[in-house]
Design a protein around this ligand. Structure first.
Ligand code: BES
Ligand code: MN
Ligand code: ZN
Length: 499
């Protein structure tokens, strides 16, 4: 669905829309139910009538579509936001998500909204950003492989924000659309089957983004990686006919004082390799490149926003398949960092490709910070479920920044302990390290494995295995498919860096 945005510093008049969205606080916040007076009289009257019936309490998440006789406003969509103290930007995003989904049921091409005015003072023009971000995310559908275009709502909707008090503006709204579109781009990459999204395809996306936004991009091919001695990364791709890639994008700003690197796991399909996964649910392992998708989505947005910071986007990418050339359990490989790693389980492959990529970036660029995002462990899903990504760090201050960006963006982060005792289980029997720890604390030991490869660069690892797809009960996500987790987080991290 194509969404276009308009902003008008005036109240809505009759005859201007096919559906008017009215945000309402909960009944407990009766005095903030003023503000309705700026609606055209007939529409305001209808809303008054609904409120008198008392079955629309305005609690957060409530939504009701009312068909109306108000002149030129045939539909009114009532959205409850809860009390003034409850509603935050995430609440607005979720309200937007509900609207976005509803757009597919209504055959309309014009929607009118007014920014709610009863919010706490701390919420300023970003209310427009959050609402539009939510709408754009909520309206997302993945239909690439559906032959029949089902008879659903309009292909394009223009949203006009009627805002006489200038509570927000077109720029803020456009930022919301950029954030939503960038996350949706990542979602489509995640949802695309592995046959159509190979490491090569990921590198082409990176090149497209780099070209569009004047960034430089370099793709290391297997030959070059072999020369550099990246056996850890190359070992994973041995069992696949698709060549591995190490994709490096560089956004730079003339006045930048710092450089950060985002590194995303790009396993385009994870069968487990010789340590083959069970059949049930293996289809989901097309999502094993959602870290890479987050990096690409964020780089796309960064290219438009042009922040005063240098940003390196990095994607080690490979398939993990079990053919006759495949890496075997028991094999020992030499990492780019020089450490020898015993492969005890070929299904613990993400840490292998990430490890070599992290060392390469640390040595070559010496960035001020590295953040990696990876669908790394099932153990993280057991520990945290679907509503927080796990974090492991070697630098508390950097981790605090990431957690803060998690709070503001809605891509929530929960730090995991990094006590040195956890690292014991990673010591190798024949090599320096082994690629799996013991049976317990799998999300932590996976993160701490990576710590061996970041040199001294401040670093945060984010395990997004639980948050990258099939997240239920959040209004701006679909209940199934990729979420684009990480994109909005990284955008906020970059924005908050200089402020
Ligand atoms: N991509 C998987 C992690 C994963 C599993 C994500 C399930 C989402 C859902 C990763 O490559 C993997 O297979 N990890 C193993 C590690 C184990 C062999 C130590 C896992 O979690 O089972
Ligand atoms: Mn695996
Ligand atoms: Zn994997």
């Amino acid at each position: 669905m194509e969404i276009t945005l308009n902003h008008k510093a005036q109240a809505i008049a009759n005859g201007k829309t096919e559906c008017l969205v009215v945000f309402l606080p909960s009944e407990k916040d009766k005095q903030s139910r003023r503000g309705l007076e700026q609606l055209p009289k007939a529409a305001g009257h209808i809303v008054d009538q609904v409120l008198k019936l008392n079955d629309f309490s305005g609690k957060s998440g409530q939504m009701e579509l009312v068909f109306s006789e108000a002149p030129g406003i045939p539909r009114i969509l009532l959205i409850g936001l809860g009390t003034k103290s409850d509603v935050d930007l995430e609440g607005l995003r979720r309200a937007g998500g509900k609207i976005g989904k509803k757009l597919h049921e209504m055959k309309i091409s014009k929607l009118a909204i007014s920014p709610p005015d009863f919010l706490k003072r701390s919420i300023k023009s970003e209310r427009g950003t959050a609402l539009i971000e939510g709408i754009v995310l909520g309206a997302y559908q993945f239909k690439t492989y559906k032959s029949k275009k089902s008879d659903q709502g309009s292909e394009s909707v223009s949203i006009t924000c009627y805002d006489p008090k200038k509570l927000t503006g077109l720029k803020a709204m456009q930022l919301g659309k950029l954030r939503g579109d960038s996350a949706n781009f990542a979602r489509t990459l995640g949802n695309t089957p592995a046959s159509d999204l190979t490491p090569k395809k990921l590198s082409e996306h990176a090149k497209d983004i780099a070209k569009e936004h004047n960034m430089s991009v370099k793709v290391l091919e297997e030959e070059e990686m072999a020369k550099l001695g990246m056996e850890m990364l190359l070992g994973v791709s041995k069992g696949s006919r698709e060549p591995a890639k190490l994709i490096i994008m560089e956004y730079s700003h003339k006045k930048a004082e710092k450089t950060v690197a985002f590194v995303g796991k790009g396993i385009t399909f994870d069968s487990g390799g010789i340590s083959l996964k069970p059949g049930k649910g293996m289809d989901e392992m097309k999502f094993d490149m959602c870290g890479a998708a987050a990096v690409l989505g964020a780089m796309k947005a960064i290219g438009t926003l042009r922040p005063k910071l240098n940003v390196i986007g990095v994607i080690p990418s490979s398939e993990n398949l079990p053919d006759g050339q495949a890496q075997r359990p028991g094999d020992i490989v030499k990492s780019y960092a020089g450490k020898r790693v015993e492969i005890l389980n070929t299904d613990a492959e993400g840490r292998l490709i990430l490890g070599d990529a992290l060392t390469y970036i640390a040595k070559k660029f010496k960035p001020d910070a590295m953040i990696d995002l990876a669908t790394l462990t099932g153990a993280c899903v057991v520990a945290l479920g679907n509503y927080a990504s796990g974090a492991i760090t070697n630098n508390e201050a950097l981790c605090d920044r990431v957690v803060a960006a998690g709070k503001s963006s809605g891509d929530r982060i929960w730090p995991l302990p990094n006590f040195p005792e956890y690292e014991e289980s990673l010591k190798g029997k024949y090599g320096d390290l082994q690629n799996i720890g013991g049976p317990s604390a799998g999300a932590i030991t996976a993160g701490l494995f990576l710590k061996n490869f970041v040199e001294d660069v401040p670093w945060v690892h984010l395990d997004i295995a639980g948050t990258a797809w099939d997240v239920k009960g959040i209004d701006y996500f679909s209940n199934s498919g990729a979420t684009g987790v990480g994109v909005r987080l990284l955008i906020d991290l970059v924005n908050q860096w200089n402020s």
